[in-house]
Design a protein around this ligand. Structure first.
Ligand code: PLP
Length: 357
Protein backbone atom coordinates (compact mmCIF):
# COMPACT_ATOMS: atom_id res chain seq x y z
CA UNK A 1 0.00 0.00 0.00
CA UNK A 2 1.36 3.41 -0.86
CA UNK A 3 0.40 6.30 1.42
CA UNK A 4 0.77 9.94 0.40
CA UNK A 5 2.95 11.89 2.81
CA UNK A 6 0.13 14.23 3.75
CA UNK A 7 -2.59 11.63 4.02
CA UNK A 8 -4.15 10.55 7.35
CA UNK A 9 -4.84 6.83 7.64
CA UNK A 10 -8.23 6.17 9.26
CA UNK A 11 -8.10 3.57 12.03
CA UNK A 12 -4.32 3.74 12.37
CA UNK A 13 -4.04 5.15 15.89
CA UNK A 14 -0.41 4.75 16.84
CA UNK A 15 0.65 8.14 15.44
CA UNK A 16 1.65 10.86 17.89
CA UNK A 17 -0.29 14.12 18.21
CA UNK A 18 2.87 15.89 17.13
CA UNK A 19 3.20 13.99 13.87
CA UNK A 20 -0.52 14.23 13.13
CA UNK A 21 -0.17 17.99 13.36
CA UNK A 22 2.50 18.33 10.67
CA UNK A 23 2.42 18.19 6.89
CA UNK A 24 4.72 15.86 4.99
CA UNK A 25 6.96 17.75 2.55
CA UNK A 26 4.59 19.25 -0.02
CA UNK A 27 7.35 19.58 -2.60
CA UNK A 28 8.23 15.90 -2.30
CA UNK A 29 4.52 15.08 -2.41
CA UNK A 30 4.13 17.00 -5.68
CA UNK A 31 7.12 15.08 -7.08
CA UNK A 32 5.46 11.81 -6.05
CA UNK A 33 2.22 12.79 -7.80
CA UNK A 34 4.08 13.92 -10.92
CA UNK A 35 5.93 10.60 -11.09
CA UNK A 36 2.70 8.65 -10.60
CA UNK A 37 1.08 10.56 -13.50
CA UNK A 38 4.16 10.02 -15.67
CA UNK A 39 3.94 6.30 -14.93
CA UNK A 40 0.40 6.46 -16.37
CA UNK A 41 1.86 7.90 -19.56
CA UNK A 42 0.85 11.54 -18.89
CA UNK A 43 3.18 14.34 -20.01
CA UNK A 44 3.97 16.26 -16.80
CA UNK A 45 6.20 19.27 -16.22
CA UNK A 46 7.00 19.25 -12.51
CA UNK A 47 7.83 22.71 -11.18
CA UNK A 48 7.28 21.65 -7.58
CA UNK A 49 10.74 20.52 -6.57
CA UNK A 50 13.89 22.66 -6.59
CA UNK A 51 16.05 20.44 -8.78
CA UNK A 52 18.47 21.87 -11.33
CA UNK A 53 18.29 18.90 -13.67
CA UNK A 54 21.99 19.05 -14.60
CA UNK A 55 24.38 16.13 -14.37
CA UNK A 56 26.72 16.21 -11.35
CA UNK A 57 30.10 17.73 -12.38
CA UNK A 58 32.57 15.06 -13.57
CA UNK A 59 35.33 15.91 -11.06
CA UNK A 60 32.87 15.27 -8.19
CA UNK A 61 31.65 11.98 -9.65
CA UNK A 62 35.25 10.82 -10.11
CA UNK A 63 36.07 11.69 -6.49
CA UNK A 64 33.08 9.61 -5.34
CA UNK A 65 34.13 6.62 -7.45
CA UNK A 66 37.71 6.90 -6.16
CA UNK A 67 36.38 6.99 -2.58
CA UNK A 68 34.40 3.79 -3.20
CA UNK A 69 37.45 2.06 -4.70
CA UNK A 70 39.70 3.27 -1.89
CA UNK A 71 37.37 1.58 0.60
CA UNK A 72 36.00 4.60 2.47
CA UNK A 73 33.38 2.49 4.18
CA UNK A 74 33.94 3.13 7.87
CA UNK A 75 31.84 5.43 10.02
CA UNK A 76 33.00 9.03 10.08
CA UNK A 77 33.03 11.53 12.94
CA UNK A 78 29.41 12.62 13.49
CA UNK A 79 30.13 16.23 12.56
CA UNK A 80 31.96 15.25 9.37
CA UNK A 81 35.47 14.32 8.24
CA UNK A 82 38.10 16.93 9.02
CA UNK A 83 39.18 17.54 5.38
CA UNK A 84 35.58 18.41 4.49
CA UNK A 85 35.07 20.69 7.49
CA UNK A 86 38.40 22.36 6.65
CA UNK A 87 37.34 22.79 3.01
CA UNK A 88 34.08 24.38 4.19
CA UNK A 89 35.95 26.73 6.57
CA UNK A 90 38.26 27.75 3.70
CA UNK A 91 35.30 28.32 1.39
CA UNK A 92 33.56 30.50 3.99
CA UNK A 93 36.72 32.60 4.34
CA UNK A 94 37.49 32.78 0.61
CA UNK A 95 33.98 33.42 -0.70
CA UNK A 96 32.14 34.96 2.22
CA UNK A 97 34.89 36.66 4.20
CA UNK A 98 33.86 34.79 7.37
CA UNK A 99 36.25 33.06 9.76
CA UNK A 100 35.19 29.73 11.25
CA UNK A 101 37.12 27.07 13.16
CA UNK A 102 36.52 23.42 12.26
CA UNK A 103 34.58 22.86 15.51
CA UNK A 104 32.10 25.49 14.38
CA UNK A 105 31.05 23.40 11.38
CA UNK A 106 28.63 20.46 11.16
CA UNK A 107 28.09 18.33 8.07
CA UNK A 108 24.68 16.67 7.68
CA UNK A 109 22.63 14.67 5.19
CA UNK A 110 21.33 17.81 3.51
CA UNK A 111 20.64 21.34 4.66
CA UNK A 112 17.22 20.14 5.78
CA UNK A 113 18.86 17.95 8.40
CA UNK A 114 20.99 20.87 9.60
CA UNK A 115 17.78 22.86 10.21
CA UNK A 116 16.19 19.91 11.99
CA UNK A 117 19.28 19.49 14.21
CA UNK A 118 19.20 23.19 15.08
CA UNK A 119 15.52 23.24 15.93
CA UNK A 120 15.63 20.08 18.06
CA UNK A 121 18.73 21.40 19.83
CA UNK A 122 17.20 24.79 20.72
CA UNK A 123 13.40 24.76 20.89
CA UNK A 124 11.40 24.11 24.04
CA UNK A 125 7.64 23.66 23.66
CA UNK A 126 6.09 26.98 22.68
CA UNK A 127 9.33 28.67 21.61
CA UNK A 128 8.73 30.74 18.51
CA UNK A 129 10.46 30.93 15.15
CA UNK A 130 9.72 33.86 12.86
CA UNK A 131 9.28 32.71 9.26
CA UNK A 132 8.75 35.51 6.73
CA UNK A 133 6.24 34.49 4.06
CA UNK A 134 6.43 33.35 1.27
CA UNK A 135 8.78 30.62 2.52
CA UNK A 136 10.24 27.26 1.62
CA UNK A 137 7.52 24.91 2.84
CA UNK A 138 9.65 22.84 5.21
CA UNK A 139 10.54 25.55 7.75
CA UNK A 140 7.23 25.66 9.69
CA UNK A 141 6.88 21.88 9.69
CA UNK A 142 10.41 21.31 11.01
CA UNK A 143 9.70 23.89 13.74
CA UNK A 144 6.44 22.13 14.67
CA UNK A 145 8.09 18.71 14.59
CA UNK A 146 10.66 20.04 17.06
CA UNK A 147 7.97 21.27 19.47
CA UNK A 148 8.22 24.95 18.52
CA UNK A 149 5.69 27.38 17.10
CA UNK A 150 6.23 28.95 13.69
CA UNK A 151 5.22 32.62 13.54
CA UNK A 152 4.54 33.43 9.91
CA UNK A 153 4.98 37.08 8.99
CA UNK A 154 3.37 38.00 5.70
CA UNK A 155 5.60 40.28 3.66
CA UNK A 156 4.39 42.65 0.98
CA UNK A 157 4.89 42.23 -2.76
CA UNK A 158 5.80 45.91 -2.96
CA UNK A 159 8.65 45.30 -0.51
CA UNK A 160 9.82 42.53 -2.86
CA UNK A 161 8.63 40.03 -0.24
CA UNK A 162 11.31 41.08 2.27
CA UNK A 163 10.49 41.42 5.94
CA UNK A 164 10.71 45.05 7.10
CA UNK A 165 12.33 46.09 10.40
CA UNK A 166 8.97 47.27 11.81
CA UNK A 167 7.34 43.92 10.90
CA UNK A 168 10.19 42.07 12.58
CA UNK A 169 9.93 44.22 15.71
CA UNK A 170 6.17 43.58 15.90
CA UNK A 171 6.59 39.80 15.54
CA UNK A 172 9.18 39.36 18.33
CA UNK A 173 7.86 38.13 21.69
CA UNK A 174 9.66 36.89 24.82
CA UNK A 175 9.36 33.38 23.30
CA UNK A 176 11.14 34.20 20.02
CA UNK A 177 14.28 32.11 19.52
CA UNK A 178 14.92 32.37 15.78
CA UNK A 179 14.37 34.53 12.74
CA UNK A 180 14.66 32.68 9.42
CA UNK A 181 16.43 34.69 6.70
CA UNK A 182 16.44 32.86 3.37
CA UNK A 183 18.26 34.99 0.83
CA UNK A 184 18.14 34.39 -2.13
CA UNK A 185 14.64 33.23 -1.35
CA UNK A 186 12.67 30.18 -2.32
CA UNK A 187 10.07 30.85 -3.75
CA UNK A 188 10.16 34.62 -4.39
CA UNK A 189 13.77 34.99 -5.56
CA UNK A 190 14.12 38.01 -3.24
CA UNK A 191 17.69 38.95 -2.31
CA UNK A 192 18.33 41.12 0.75
CA UNK A 193 20.81 43.96 0.34
CA UNK A 194 23.51 44.52 3.01
CA UNK A 195 21.66 47.70 4.08
CA UNK A 196 18.39 45.76 4.55
CA UNK A 197 20.18 43.08 6.56
CA UNK A 198 21.87 45.61 8.78
CA UNK A 199 18.50 47.32 9.43
CA UNK A 200 17.09 43.93 10.55
CA UNK A 201 20.20 43.38 12.66
CA UNK A 202 19.55 46.71 14.41
CA UNK A 203 16.15 45.41 15.50
CA UNK A 204 17.83 42.27 16.86
CA UNK A 205 20.23 44.42 18.88
CA UNK A 206 17.34 45.09 21.23
CA UNK A 207 16.45 41.37 21.50
CA UNK A 208 19.57 39.44 22.51
CA UNK A 209 17.72 36.09 22.76
CA UNK A 210 16.77 36.06 19.08
CA UNK A 211 19.08 34.09 16.76
CA UNK A 212 19.23 34.07 12.96
CA UNK A 213 18.94 31.02 10.76
CA UNK A 214 20.62 32.20 7.57
CA UNK A 215 19.70 29.80 4.77
CA UNK A 216 22.16 30.54 1.97
CA UNK A 217 21.61 27.51 -0.20
CA UNK A 218 21.02 29.70 -3.30
CA UNK A 219 23.95 32.06 -2.63
CA UNK A 220 25.50 31.62 -6.08
CA UNK A 221 22.24 32.19 -7.91
CA UNK A 222 22.15 35.99 -7.70
CA UNK A 223 21.60 38.12 -10.79
CA UNK A 224 22.79 41.65 -11.50
CA UNK A 225 22.43 44.24 -10.17
CA UNK A 226 22.03 42.31 -6.89
CA UNK A 227 25.00 40.84 -5.02
CA UNK A 228 25.01 38.18 -2.35
CA UNK A 229 25.65 39.19 1.24
CA UNK A 230 24.60 37.51 4.45
CA UNK A 231 23.67 38.76 7.88
CA UNK A 232 27.23 38.45 9.18
CA UNK A 233 28.69 40.47 6.32
CA UNK A 234 26.21 43.21 7.24
CA UNK A 235 26.42 42.85 11.04
CA UNK A 236 29.60 40.98 12.14
CA UNK A 237 28.72 41.67 15.78
CA UNK A 238 25.92 39.06 15.47
CA UNK A 239 28.49 36.23 15.10
CA UNK A 240 27.37 34.48 18.30
CA UNK A 241 23.75 34.46 17.15
CA UNK A 242 23.86 33.38 13.51
CA UNK A 243 23.65 29.84 12.16
CA UNK A 244 24.71 29.84 8.52
CA UNK A 245 23.33 27.05 6.33
CA UNK A 246 24.42 25.86 2.95
CA UNK A 247 24.70 22.65 0.97
CA UNK A 248 25.62 21.01 -2.29
CA UNK A 249 22.11 20.32 -3.63
CA UNK A 250 21.77 23.51 -5.65
CA UNK A 251 25.33 24.71 -6.27
CA UNK A 252 26.47 21.39 -7.75
CA UNK A 253 23.12 19.84 -8.75
CA UNK A 254 23.59 17.13 -6.13
CA UNK A 255 20.22 17.07 -4.36
CA UNK A 256 20.08 13.27 -4.32
CA UNK A 257 23.56 12.92 -2.80
CA UNK A 258 22.41 14.65 0.43
CA UNK A 259 25.09 16.90 1.82
CA UNK A 260 24.56 20.13 3.71
CA UNK A 261 26.40 22.03 6.41
CA UNK A 262 25.89 24.50 9.20
CA UNK A 263 28.39 26.99 10.61
CA UNK A 264 27.83 28.81 13.86
CA UNK A 265 28.79 29.22 17.51
CA UNK A 266 30.70 26.14 18.75
CA UNK A 267 28.29 25.31 21.63
CA UNK A 268 25.32 25.35 19.24
CA UNK A 269 27.18 23.15 16.73
CA UNK A 270 28.08 20.75 19.57
CA UNK A 271 24.42 20.47 20.61
CA UNK A 272 23.33 19.93 17.00
CA UNK A 273 26.01 17.27 16.63
CA UNK A 274 24.58 15.54 19.70
CA UNK A 275 21.14 15.45 18.01
CA UNK A 276 22.61 14.06 14.81
CA UNK A 277 24.60 11.43 16.72
CA UNK A 278 21.26 9.89 17.75
CA UNK A 279 19.58 10.23 14.36
CA UNK A 280 21.85 9.41 11.41
CA UNK A 281 25.42 9.58 12.82
CA UNK A 282 27.90 11.03 10.33
CA UNK A 283 26.61 11.40 6.78
CA UNK A 284 27.78 9.04 4.00
CA UNK A 285 31.56 8.55 4.03
CA UNK A 286 31.66 8.47 0.20
CA UNK A 287 29.64 11.65 -0.26
CA UNK A 288 31.82 13.49 2.25
CA UNK A 289 34.97 12.68 0.26
CA UNK A 290 33.21 13.81 -2.94
CA UNK A 291 32.09 16.92 -1.05
CA UNK A 292 35.72 17.97 -0.51
CA UNK A 293 36.20 17.89 -4.30
CA UNK A 294 32.96 19.83 -4.84
CA UNK A 295 33.91 22.63 -2.47
CA UNK A 296 37.68 22.81 -2.98
CA UNK A 297 37.91 21.68 -6.64
CA UNK A 298 37.07 23.39 -9.93
CA UNK A 299 33.95 25.56 -9.84
CA UNK A 300 33.62 25.72 -13.64
CA UNK A 301 30.55 23.46 -13.85
CA UNK A 302 28.80 25.28 -11.04
CA UNK A 303 29.51 28.64 -12.74
CA UNK A 304 27.98 27.24 -15.94
CA UNK A 305 24.82 26.22 -14.03
CA UNK A 306 24.44 29.79 -12.77
CA UNK A 307 24.99 31.16 -16.29
CA UNK A 308 22.31 28.91 -17.64
CA UNK A 309 19.82 30.11 -15.01
CA UNK A 310 20.78 33.72 -15.74
CA UNK A 311 19.63 33.22 -19.34
CA UNK A 312 16.52 31.25 -18.42
CA UNK A 313 15.46 33.84 -15.87
CA UNK A 314 15.71 36.70 -18.38
CA UNK A 315 13.66 34.75 -20.92
CA UNK A 316 11.01 33.79 -18.34
CA UNK A 317 10.76 37.40 -17.10
CA UNK A 318 10.41 38.59 -20.70
CA UNK A 319 7.56 36.14 -21.33
CA UNK A 320 5.78 37.00 -18.08
CA UNK A 321 6.11 40.72 -18.84
CA UNK A 322 3.99 40.07 -21.94
CA UNK A 323 1.07 38.88 -19.79
CA UNK A 324 -1.12 41.72 -18.49
CA UNK A 325 -1.52 42.23 -14.72
CA UNK A 326 1.10 39.65 -13.73
CA UNK A 327 3.86 41.61 -11.98
CA UNK A 328 6.86 39.68 -10.78
CA UNK A 329 8.36 41.06 -7.56
CA UNK A 330 11.49 39.69 -5.90
CA UNK A 331 13.04 37.69 -8.75
CA UNK A 332 16.67 38.70 -8.15
CA UNK A 333 18.06 35.32 -7.23
CA UNK A 334 17.58 31.56 -6.77
CA UNK A 335 15.82 29.87 -9.69
CA UNK A 336 12.20 30.66 -9.00
CA UNK A 337 9.80 33.34 -10.15
CA UNK A 338 6.80 34.18 -8.01
CA UNK A 339 4.42 36.19 -10.20
CA UNK A 340 1.66 38.03 -8.37
CA UNK A 341 -1.53 36.59 -9.87
CA UNK A 342 -3.89 38.34 -7.43
CA UNK A 343 -5.41 40.42 -10.25
CA UNK A 344 -6.70 37.20 -11.76
CA UNK A 345 -8.24 35.65 -8.67
CA UNK A 346 -11.99 35.27 -9.01
CA UNK A 347 -12.01 36.35 -12.67
CA UNK A 348 -13.91 34.32 -15.26
CA UNK A 349 -12.51 32.93 -18.48
CA UNK A 350 -14.25 33.40 -21.85
CA UNK A 351 -15.83 29.99 -21.39
CA UNK A 352 -17.07 31.19 -17.95
CA UNK A 353 -14.69 29.10 -15.85
CA UNK A 354 -13.72 30.75 -12.59
CA UNK A 355 -10.04 30.93 -11.68
CA UNK A 356 -8.88 29.01 -8.63
CA UNK A 357 -8.87 31.10 -5.45
N1 PLP B 1 16.58 25.49 2.00
C1 PLP B 1 15.88 25.94 0.94
C2 PLP B 1 15.50 27.37 0.88
C3 PLP B 1 15.50 25.06 -0.10
O1 PLP B 1 14.81 25.53 -1.15
C4 PLP B 1 15.86 23.69 0.01
C5 PLP B 1 15.46 22.73 -1.02
O2 PLP B 1 14.73 22.99 -1.96
C6 PLP B 1 16.58 23.28 1.14
C7 PLP B 1 16.92 24.20 2.12
C8 PLP B 1 16.97 21.84 1.34
O3 PLP B 1 18.17 21.55 0.80
P1 PLP B 1 18.92 20.15 1.00
O4 PLP B 1 18.70 19.38 -0.26
O5 PLP B 1 20.36 20.53 1.21
O6 PLP B 1 18.34 19.48 2.19
Amino acid sequence: MSVALTQAVPGFDVLSRRIRGIQGSRTLESARKANALRAQGRDVINLGIGELGFDVPGNIKEAAVAAVLAGHAQSTPVAGITPLREAIAEKLLRENGLEYEVDQILVSAGTKQVIFNAMVATLDPGDEVIVPSPFWVSYPEIVRMSGGTPVVVRTSAHADYKIQPSELEAAITPRTKWLVVNSPNNPSGAVYTPAELSALAEVLRGHPAVHVLSDEIYERFVYEPSVFANMLNAAPWLADRVLLLNGLSKTYSMIGWRLGYGAGPAPLIAAMTKVQSQVTSGTSSIIQVAGVQAIAGSQAASDAFVESFRRRRLRALELIAGIPDLPCYGARGAFYLYPDCSAYLGRRTKSDRKSVV
